[in-house]
Structures are given as structure tokens and as C-alpha cells.
Design a protein. Structure first.
Length: 307
């Protein structure tokens, strides 16, 4: 099948010859006059007439240009329509073949995906683990390419499952006694990335250590003051606290009288602890008096009464 042009295109004019230079030479001097024309109230009527003449000249030039263009393009436009008709005829079977190829590729991909999914389900017999692992997230993203062989992809899937199982075992063993174990496992499930999960677990461990240190300091301060230490405030990130039931809510709604009384006690501690105790009583609004030891004995005198 060969494309043959029977018309001798060599006889077509390579350029259109006309009196361009003569017309340009005639028009240019007259245009100089109009370019320097100053319109006044007295000459405005003549200026409008000059403008009309110039517009007529433009129209004459444009009309001739369009006429020559139509003449030159007439054989090409017919040729263009015929070529497009042939292209349309050829494109029809191409589209039909393309649809069949796409359907074939889709069926091949669907069958390949089904076999890979079946490999995953056959290998992961534990229902809890199967629910934990998102199959599409561990599947090679290039699985649908023809270059990716099914057997190699199956091996990748089993390797991924084995890695996740080992990671889970390591996390659950290392953090078995931690209240935030479930948070660590949930973090791991997001991307199955052990390194990032360990970084997250370390952040929780440091937060827990800081919280334990704070609690220990509070308990130490309350032991010095000989009063019961308050219940530690729960940390929702380390150990979420359940919602109180109706009985607990009812008990919390009851208020009891809090009478004011006086008590005397002797604290044995360092100077810094003594200052801390004093500052605590000031912050808590506790009224206190300083007792002064008499001559190194165990007898103390109220300094307020000595004044």
C-alpha cells in the first residue's frame, strides 16, 4: 500500500509575484503626511474623510489577500479532507483492536492478582494476623507489569509476612509489661516499619519515665509533710482511663464538709527540703508558725508568742 501523488507539485508557484514595491513606494510618502497630521476643530471633518480613505485602502489589500489565499488553498483543502477520511477509516479497527488488547490485559492482571491474593491467604492461616496485614500494602506496587513474574512476587509476599510476624513478636516481647503496648502495635500497623515504630516506642518510654519521676517527687514531698499522697493523674497517652460509671459519677457529685483544724509536727529534712515545704504551705494557703529550739534541747518555743 503506497501513497502516490499524481499532481506535479513542482509546477506550483514558489512565490506570488505582485507590485508590492511599487505600491509601497507610492503609499509611504502619503502616509508620512497622515502620521504628522494634527487634528484641529477646523480640520476634523477632513480628518474623518482621510480616515475613511485609509480604511478603504486596508480593505482593498485584505480582500485581495484573502482571494489569493482561497485560490492557493483550494486544492490543498480538498486534499486535506480526503486524507482525514482515510485516517478515520484506519483508526476504526485500531480502536477495536485496542479495546480487545485492554480487555486481555485486564483479565491477565485480574488473574495474576487473584493468584497472589490466594498465596497470601494460604500462607497466613492465623485470622488475627490476616486481619492485621493489609495485603495491598505489602504487595509490590509494580506487580501488574509483565516484567514482574508471578513466582517472584509470591516469594516477596511470604517474605513480607515473615518479616511482619517477626517484628510483632519482637515488639510484644520487648514491651509486654508496658501499658502502651497496644499503641505501639497500632503505630507499627500504619506502615509496617520497625525502625519508625521503635522511635515512637522510645518517645513513649521517655514520656513514661518523666511521668514516673514526677510522681515519685510528689510522693516524696507528701511523705515529708506527713500527709497522704494524692492519687496520680492518669496519662491518657500511656494508659487511657475508662469513662466513670453511674455510681462513680454519683459519688463524685457528693461534697463533704472540710473543717479547718490545727496540728503540730516536727520535720527532719535538709535545708532545701525545708524551704520547699515552706513554699508548698504558702502556695496551699496553709497558716503556719515557726518554732525555735531552746538551748539545743528538744524544747521548742513559738516565735510568734516570743514577740
Amino acid at each position: 500500500m503506497e501513497f502516490v501523488v499524481e499532481t506535479d507539485l513542482s509546477v506550483l508557484p514558489q512565490s506570488i509575484e505582485w507590485n508590492f514595491d511599487d505600491l509601497k513606494a507610492q503609499i509611504a510618502p502619503k502616509l508620512d503626511y497622515y502620521n504628522n497630521l494634527v487634528v484641529t476643530e477646523d480640520s476634523i471633518k477632513a480628518a474623518k474623510a482621510d480616515k475613511a480613505k485609509l480604511n478603504q485602502l486596508i480593505k482593498a489589500i485584505e480582500d485581495k489577500r484573502k482571494e489569493i489565499k482561497r485560490t492557493c488553498l483550494a486544492p490543498y483543502e480538498k486534499f486535506e479532507v480526503q486524507c482525514k477520511e482515510l485516517v478515520g477509516m484506519v483508526q476504526a479497527p485500531i480502536a477495536a483492536i485496542d479495546m480487545q488488547i485492554k480487555a486481555f490485559d485486564d483479565a491477565r492482571k485480574e488473574d495474576k492478582y487473584r493468584r497472589l491474593r490466594q498465596t497470601f491467604e494460604d500462607y497466613v492461616t492465623d485470622q488475627e494476623l490476616r486481619a492485621f496485614i493489609r495485603f495491598d500494602d505489602i504487595l509490590n506496587p509494580k506487580w501488574s507489569n509483565v516484567s514482574q513474574r508471578t513466582e517472584a512476587l509470591k516469594l516477596e509476599i511470604t517474605d513480607q509476612v515473615d518479616r511482619i510476624k517477626a517484628d510483632l513478636y519482637a515488639l510484644r516481647t520487648q514491651y509486654a509489661d508496658k501499658p502502651y503496648l497496644s499503641a505501639i502495635v497500632s503505630e507499627y500497623q500504619k506502615q509496617y516499619n520497625l525502625t519508625r515504630t521503635m522511635q515512637y516506642a522510645e518517645a513513649l518510654r521517655q514520656r513514661e519515665a518523666a511521668e514516673n519521676k514526677r510522681k515519685a517527687q510528689l510522693e516524696s514531698a507528701h511523705r515529708i509533710q506527713n500527709v497522704p499522697a494524692p492519687a496520680p493523674e492518669p496519662n491518657p497517652e500511656l494508659n487511657p482511663e475508662p469513662e466513670p460509671d453511674a455510681m462513680t459519677a454519683a459519688r463524685e457529685a457528693v461534697t463533704f464538709p472540710n473543717p479547718v483544724g490545727s496540728a503540730a509536727f516536727l520535720a527532719t529534712c535538709t535545708r532545701d527540703q525545708m524551704i520547699g515545704l515552706r513554699d508548698y504551705m504558702k502556695r496551699s494557703g496553709i497558716t503556719y508558725r515557726v518554732l525555735k529550739r531552746v538551748n539545743g534541747s528538744d524544747t521548742y518555743v513559738d516565735t510568734e508568742r516570743m514577740k
